[in-house]
Design a protein around this ligand. Structure first.
Ligand code: WTA
Length: 657
């Protein structure tokens, strides 16, 4: 069976071993355990013995309009259905049901880039979500119409997600930093005729025109937009005229203020949202999440893994434009009824203690971020967190990439007061919610390892043949049984869904995560990185083929290979035509082109010109070798290459940079 990526690429050897003398195992502290949402050690066994019924525990956290009939329908694998027959509304679960107990509690505390602040109680949120839902209906949005949202981290983004969910219109959030081209592709691919965006936002000191990107996207679309709603983020800073079919967010909401819209009862299997993510081809995949299973899994893990409760102030620093922000910035915390922090700014403005300042001032108890951010914090130095009283922190989380034991310890020591559990959570856009992590009140932690699969999740590390890999031996991370938060399919259809993810093994269907991993004697998993053409940098997922296609589109460039290095940077190896001068100008042209076609965030950090790319005899570019070189790592025998002599040249080109 083919567990490998499309070009059979393998993973690197485990590099996180904690050195001689055995690895550290850190037990949860009694003080934490006593107050934890879950401190019951029997949960693993119970979930295993009672699968899939165990997942009722997650579904029971939600309010259902109509109870579900089956927990898991597996009549037509791998097209699984969770909680079929049940009906619910995600917005009602995140807003309405909290009104009785905590209408005046803050739902969202927002901090803008220029020091602005805004707070929404659950009642405020209820009012605005209802008004916008009524406004969207007036504009013609009906159940099952896909609404695309293209906004930075402003409160109107979660409000719009919830307003869509309220009327049963799936949302399609496109990260605000993506280009006009990327937006138009996603609008077309999702058959979306409605767009909510904003006039602009601040990048550093300058007002940046988001609406003009949206206008360009509209011009590029195959389809067209029926209506566009524009949030006034900048006030007078930018004069953005509105055209026909374009509406001011504020006027729309004002016009419907005080109206209530009955939440539409959605089938558990109905689409809640689509989220485009990089796949193994240049074209992004539209990952579809169903309403019931997704919300149940997200809500369960927000409580049991992140230990979040209603009286917490919780901060997930991820952008809502990506899955982490969807699941743990919006749906998770609001389904629990907690106060969630939304931060538009950057972590080093006005100073490098901004994050710690916000944690102190808001008494944040649970903080969830990425290793990329933690690496920056480390680099800036412990003096910044030390300026602040961070004693409100009870738990720390990390997601998106592997965290080194060193960074893990730094995070716990300097942010967690040496006591807070650090949960290293593994999951993907496709899994919807956390799938591997320790349970902080139950499971010991091992820095650098994500931990065992969560109870009820049958994740395994397997070899080429699908057999469980021996402890310590690298293999492929797969999931052997369905789980509630799983994607229900791809926008591109069943065939692509099957091809991208599923293997029909002898003992049942297996979901391929695309990650290499190794498991230890205790069942703890170390993630070894992707085995396909996806790179994770800056806590984002990029498809190398998509970036390379855009580089090769630059005049004078003949070939390109893109890799990520260990500092979270994008490194592009580029070959040029003989008559072209590979210099600074070409570097700028290439970087600008990538920014334009994929987004600013994808701009290569280093461009290394090389006369040739290393290739196998069958002509495949050896990206793994290029990755090793970028990271300054040892690489093995290169004699199997068609052009082994080029490796030395590339190494010296890298060093010269
Ligand atoms: C990687 C983000 C190591 C992994 C939620 C996965 C991780 C991809 C971890 C999904 C972790 C995520 N340790 N690697 N704790 N968490 N990854 O879809 O390669 O943006 O397949 O979802 O990030 O990225 P995505």
């Amino acid at each position: 069976m083919d567990n490998a990526g499309s070009d059979g690429r393998r993973f690197d050897e485990p590099s996180h071993a904690d050195g001689v003398g055995g690895e550290a195992v850190i037990e949860p502290l009694a003080a934490f355990r006593e107050r934890a949402v879950t401190s019951d050690r029997g949960v693993y066994e119970r979930f295993e013995a009672d699968w899939p019924e165990c997942w009722e525990a997650a579904a029971d956290l939600l309010d259902w309009e109509r109870p579900y009939e089956t927990i898991l329908n597996d009549d037509d694998p791998p097209f699984y259905e969770w909680f079929a027959g049940g009906e619910l509304n995600a917005a009602a679960n995140c807003v309405d049901r909290h009104l009785d107990d905590r209408r005046n509690q803050l739902a969202i505390r927002w901090f803008g880039k220029r020091g602005e602040r805004r707070s929404y109680t659950y009642l405020d949120l209820y009012r605005e979500v209802n008004a916008l839902a009524a406004g969207l209906r007036e504009l013609g949005v009906e159940e099952d119409d896909v609404v695309t949202l293209y906004m930075p981290m402003i409160p109107e983004l979660p409000v719009a997600m919830l307003a869509c969910a309220r009327i049963g219109a799936p949302h399609n959030v496109v990260f605000a930093g993506l280009s006009a081209e990327a937006l138009s592709t996603r609008l077309d691919a999702a058959d979306s005729e409605y767009l909510i965006t904003c006039d602009g936002y601040y990048r550093r000191e300058d007002a940046f025109n988001q609406k003009s990107k949206a206008d360009n996207a509209r011009l590029r679309m195959d389809g067209d937009l029926d209506a566009t709603v524009v949030v006034d983020r900048l006030g007078d800073a930018l004069d953005v005229p509105l055209g026909e079919d374009e509406h001011e967010y504020e006027s729309l909401v004002d016009a419907h203020d005080g109206e209530t819209v009955e939440p539409v009862a959605r089938d558990a299997t109905d689409l809640l949202f689509v989220m485009y993510t990089s796949g193994t081809t240049g074209r992004p995949k539209g990952v579809e999440h169903a309403t019931g299973g997704y919300l149940a899994h997200v809500s369960w893990t927000t409580r049991n893994v992140l230990d979040v409760r209603p009286n917490d102030t919780y901060w997930c620093a991820a952008d809502i434009g990506w899955i982490t922000g969807h699941s743990y910035g919006v749906y998770g915390p609001l389904s629990v009824g907690t106060t969630t922090v939304l931060y538009e700014g950057s972590p080093d403005y006005p100073d490098r203690d901004r994050v710690w300042d916000l944690i102190e001032r808001n008494a944040v108890s649970v903080f969830y971020t990425s290793p990329t951010a933690i690496r920056s914090f480390m680099k800036w130095g412990a003096e910044y967190p030390e300026r602040h009283d961070l004693s409100s922190i009870r738990l720390l989380g990390t997601v998106g990439e592997s965290i080194t034991p060193k960074a893990w310890r730094w995070y716990r020591e300097h942010v967690g007061g040496g006591e807070a559990p650090v949960v290293d959570t593994w999951w993907q856009t496709e899994t919807g919610a956390i799938a591997l992590a320790t349970l902080p009140g139950v499971t010991p932690m091992k820095p650098g390892k994500v931990g065992p699969p969560l109870p009820g999740i049958d994740a395994r590390v397997v070899d080429e043949d699908g057999e469980r890999a021996d402890p310590g031996t690298p293999g492929y991370l797969t999931i052997a049984s369905p789980w509630p938060g799983m994607l229900r399919g791809l926008r591109e259809g069943d065939e692509r869904y099957l091809r991208e993810y599923w293997v029909d093994a002898e003992d049942g269907w297996r979901y391929r995560t695309g990650d290499g991993a190794a498991v230890d004697e205790d069942g703890y998993v170390t993630i070894l990185g992707r085995v396909d053409d996806v790179i994770n940098v800056r806590a984002r997922r990029f498809n190398t083929a998509e970036l390379e296609a855009s580089i090769v589109g630059t005049d004078g460039v003949t070939e390109a290979a893109v890799v990520g290095d260990d500092g979270g940077r994008i490194v592009a190896y580029v070959t040029t035509r003989g008559d072209v001068d590979p210099g600074a100008d070409l570097r700028t042209t290439i970087a600008d082109r990538v920014a334009q076609s994929v987004g600013d965030l994808a701009r290569p950090d280093r461009i290394v010109f090389t006369p040739e790319l290393p290739k196998t005899r069958s002509g495949k570019i050896m990206r793994r070798l290029l990755g090793d070189i970028a990271r300054g790592e040892e690489f093995g025998d290169v004699s199997a290459l068609r052009n082994p002599e080029v490796v030395g040249e590339i190494e010296s080109a890298v060093r010269k940079e």
